[in-house]
Design a protein around this ligand. Structure first.
Ligand code: SD4
Length: 310
């Protein structure tokens, strides 16, 4: 079932007791991720475990062309993954431009828990993953390869011209609050399809693709990463909630900031989701068509159509 954002928000605003647990994630693939996260939260588990296990479902799904295994490659045919995770203490881990590993979110968690660093990239991230027991795997499925070949045929001069597309991007960002009131988030993607080799988007960048502040709330972004990075989008959403804005209004105001910082915004899609400490949710995007999945405290997992600027 899809419901209107305004309905959900007015419903939750009337409630003053914290609503939890709650899981919130981007796009329709979020329903399955939420359901996995809910298994952990409904048995009293920690939000950090829930967000990791939730997004792993999308990372393993070969039919999901924008996350993990089966993700669409860069223009040279390489599947390169970006992911991050952040917990209730403000600790965080991230990997970018990682190849051959099905679950970048779990590598990000390992970076957070087993190193003094926040972010590992490329070959170094892969080496770290393998040393830590992650198995290498060919992530380019036949389906994704066929799409890539079709794109090449349609864009014969793309590599030479360094044309950059903005299509095909459906990252999963997932944020949650557990029974104890602790919040965490995870974000994972194969990034923009047909990107230049070496390109990193917003998704693994703490503050851009994801931000969690356990005193206030959590947010995640989807869409054209370059535009999100310029506005440090997810951090901005959380800071707007700190100033007293509802999650819905914070997402709208952050989208307006993205618009102000990106002159070509009419052609971009950027969307935000947000969850606050009270368990209230919100979402907003530039273009119509963005939806998000909410597993609410009452145990309903459903899609919400985000309001949009255009
Ligand atoms: C990126 N933000 O790599 C990601 C793509 C995305 O929904 O979100 N898609 O720019």
């Amino acid at each position: 079932m899809t419901v209107q954002a305004s309905h959900l928000v007015s419903q939750t605003l009337e409630n003053t007791a914290p609503l939890r647990p709650v899981v919130l994630s981007t796009w329709r693939h979020g329903l399955a991720a939420n359901a996995e996260a809910w298994k952990i939260l409904s048995s009293g588990g920690r939000a950090l475990d829930a967000v990791e296990q939730g997004v792993r479902i999308c990372e393993s799904d070969p039919n999901n062309l924008s996350v993990g295994y089966g993700g669409l490659p860069d223009r040279e045919g390489n599947v390169t993954l970006d992911a991050c995770i952040m917990d209730e203490t403000g600790d965080c881990g991230s990997v970018a431009f990682l190849q051959h590993i099905e679950h970048p979110v779990s590598v990000a968690r390992r970076v957070m828990e087993a190193t003094p660093h926040v972010m590992l990239v490329g070959e170094g991230a892969l080496k770290f993953a393998v040393v830590n027991g992650f198995k290498k795997k060919d992530l380019l499925t036949n389906k994704a390869k066929k799409e890539w070949e079709k794109w090449q045929a349609d864009h014969p001069d793309a590599i030479k011209d360094r044309q950059v597309n903005i299509e095909n991007h459906d990252t999963i960002g997932l944020v949650a609050i557990d029974n104890k009131g602790n919040m965490s988030g995870a974000c994972t993607t194969s990034g923009m399809a047909w990107k230049l080799n070496g390109r990193v988007g917003d998704s693994p960048i703490i503050g851009a693709g994801l931000y969690v502040d356990n005193e206030i709330g959590a947010a995640s972004a989807t869409g054209v990463g370059e535009a999100v990075i310029r506005a440090v989008g997810s951090f901005l959403v959380v800071e707007l909630m700190r100033q007293g804005h509802s999650p819905q209004n914070a997402c709208r105001l952050a989208t307006e900031r993205v618009i102000r910082k990106n002159p070509g915004w009419q052609k971009l899609q950027v969307g935000f989701i947000a969850l606050d400490k009270m368990g209230r949710v919100g979402g907003y995007s530039i273009q119509p068509g963005f939806d998000y999945a909410v597993y609410d405290h009452a145990g309903r997992n459903r899609m919400v159509q985000a309001k949009s600027r255009l």
